[in-house]
Design a protein around this ligand. Structure first.
Ligand SMILES: Cc1cc2nc3c(=O)[nH]c(=O)nc-3n(C[C@H](O)[C@H](O)[C@H](O)COP(=O)(O)OP(=O)(O)OC[C@H]3O[C@@H](n4cnc5c(N)ncnc54)[C@H](O)[C@@H]3O)c2cc1C
Length: 375
């Protein structure tokens, strides 16, 4: 990791520690969440990977910032909408929403998942109808981070001609119903569902491009970022555990001097580092627009969240009674990591994407090695 990226990790960690909500178990309200985003404004978090003049940075650099923030404030989000608007929004929609989003005065969310299932992104049932009064949005979305407090959403829906589109919706406008959704991890985040019942969609609020294809392109960034945040949780639990065990004694010596404990710590630390490297390789692939970077991002997400779940669970066990306490750092990281494993696609779905890519590439590179009667 370069000195610049290491500095971004540190900056993210420091800000997350300073902005940590208290108590950390209750979903933040709009004002509290806006305070968090305002506190991150000068770090570049809200500009994410937009061009530098918009306050953004490379995907790899942004990954470092998100890794730093993610140990304390995992899955904080509120940067994808900016990327979608900048890439595909009309002048009008960008002028209305980008300034407040980039200044930390508005909160955005991306609404893809529907109650009948989120894995099949193409099976979208929300729809935009053309009425005498203009475009209107109908349908339901669920599992949305910031649903109860966000100002604006990019919503995947079927357009009036049946083709998938993404539309920008003012969530404080008419026809929007919000419902909170309590979760087992990431409890500081206001998750929820949205129902749209004739919600107005201005003509210039339809983003350019095929809605499903554009959503899938966005996954390459989102999945790599989930991976680095999972790694951050694993690292936090591991660091906490080593310090904890250094202060406990067994047979008159610190528990950390035991070879058995060092072996376990070494195995965990190695896996965390491997997952971290894969996530940054995926982000570098996005930066360079390398073919297959979307599949590598899927693999990085699976490895990051698998490692995070394993390491945090082992840390709970190693910390023994202190680990099992309801508010222990390893237990909290474990519960958060469990949710990250499903965000932006389950491990099964992401591993299948990666596996499909590997099979296709192997067969493409050496079709002559294909064996058997069907070759
Ligand atoms: C922390 C968190 C944050 C989220 N944030 C957002 C957000 O901001 N916006 C948003 O739109 N959504 C969000 N989601 C939703 C998330 O993207 C979906 O939960 C995810 O895509 C899975 O969809 P589902 O829960 O409906 O499961 P389903 O699609 O119903 O899947 C159920 C099971 O079937 C399995 N499965 C799926 N396809 C196959 C297959 N082909 N073969 C075999 N098994 C299969 C899945 O792996 C899973 O085990 C979030 C979820 C979480 C947990």
């Amino acid at each position: 990791m370069s000195a610049r990226d290491a500095a971004l990790v540190r900056l993210g960690e420091e800000r997350a520690a300073a902005l940590l909500p208290q108590p950390p178990d209750r979903p933040l309200d709009r004002a509290s969440l806006l305070r968090v985003f305002a506190g991150l404004r000068d770090t570049g978090f809200l500009g994410s990977t937009l061009p530098p003049e918009r306050g953004g940075m490379s995907h790899s650099a942004f990954g470092s910032l998100v890794e730093g923030v993610g140990g304390g404030l995992p899955f904080l989000s509120n940067h994808s909408v900016q990327r979608y608007l900048h890439a595909s929004g009309s002048d009008g929609v960008c002028a209305r929403w980008l300034p407040p989003l980039l200044a930390g005065r508005a909160i955005g969310l991306v609404a893809i998942t529907e109650p009948h299932g989120g894995s099949q992104v193409a099976d979208v049932r929300a729809e935009v109808r053309r009425t005498a009064e203009g475009l209107r949005l109908y349908g339901a979305k669920t599992w949305l981070v910031h649903a109860t407090v966000a100002h604006v959403a990019v919503v995947l829906a079927r357009g009036p001609d049946g083709a998938p589109v993404r539309v920008v919706v003012d969530l404080d406008g008419p026809g929007v119903r919000r419902a909170p959704m309590p979760t087992n991890g990431l409890r500081y985040l206001p998750f929820g569902s949205l129902e749209f019942d004739g919600c107005p969609v201005p003509d210039d609020a339809v983003l350019a491009g095929d809605g499903v294809a554009a959503t899938k392109i966005g996954f390459a960034v989102a999945r790599s970022l989930v991976g680095v945040q999972a790694v951050a949780l694993a690292q936090r639990a591991l660091t906490h555990t080593v310090y904890r065990l250094a202060g406990r004694t067994a047979r008159g010596r610190p528990v950390t001097s035991s070879d058995v404990v060092r072996h376990r710590v070494g195995a965990m630390a190695g896996r965390v580092e491997a997952a971290r490297l894969l996530c940054y390789e995926a982000l570098a692939g996005v930066d360079d627009a390398r073919p297959g970077c979307d599949a590598l991002a899927a693999a990085a997400k699976v490895l990051g969240t698998d490692v995070a779940r394993d390491v945090t669970t082992e840390c709970v066990e190693l910390c023994a009674g202190a680990g099992a306490a309801a508010d222990s750092v390893p237990a909290r990281c474990r519960d958060d990591a469990a949710l990250l494993a499903t965000a932006d696609g389950t491990s099964l779905v992401n591993q299948t994407i990666w596996g499909g890519h590997v099979v296709r590439e192997l067969l493409r590179e050496r079709p002559d090695l294909r064996q058997g009667p069907e070759a």
